[in-house]
Design a protein around this ligand. Structure first.
Ligand SMILES: [Mg+2]
Length: 111
């Protein structure tokens, strides 16, 4: 499988939405859909790593696919709101690195 950049992902999603998907759902609808998809990941995590048991209907569910659903909707929202995820990711990592330079190293719970 080929590597793909965040910029490629944003473009691929945009092309898909404008052809197969016809148009973007509204930003508010996609925000609700994002919460739904995050909930599906949480449901699966509770069963895979938590104490919940699987029902028959849960057995075909796949964690990677559910995470990709979250990513897809997040990318839709980025496209709709003019967010460049590549720039945002770089800025966010730089912020975390500066802000948390010693925070985690000094956290005794992480030792
Ligand atoms: Mg899903």
């Amino acid at each position: 499988m080929n590597d793909i950049t965040l910029r490629d992902c944003q473009q691929t999603v945009d092309e898909w939405v404008r052809t197969v998907g016809v148009r973007y759902y509204s930003e508010l609808t996609n925000t609700a859909v994002l919460m739904e998809e995050v909930g599906e990941v949480a449901r699966l995590m509770a069963r895979l790593y938590g104490d919940q048991s699987f029902k028959k209907a849960d057995e075909a569910v796949n964690l990677a696919d559910e995470m990709a659903d979250v990513l897809f909707v997040l990318i839709c929202l980025a496209n709709q709101t003019g967010v460049d995820l590549t720039a945002a990711f770089h800025q966010n990592m730089a912020k975390k690195t500066t802000r948390d330079k010693e925070r985690h190293a000094n956290n005794p719970k992480l030792k």
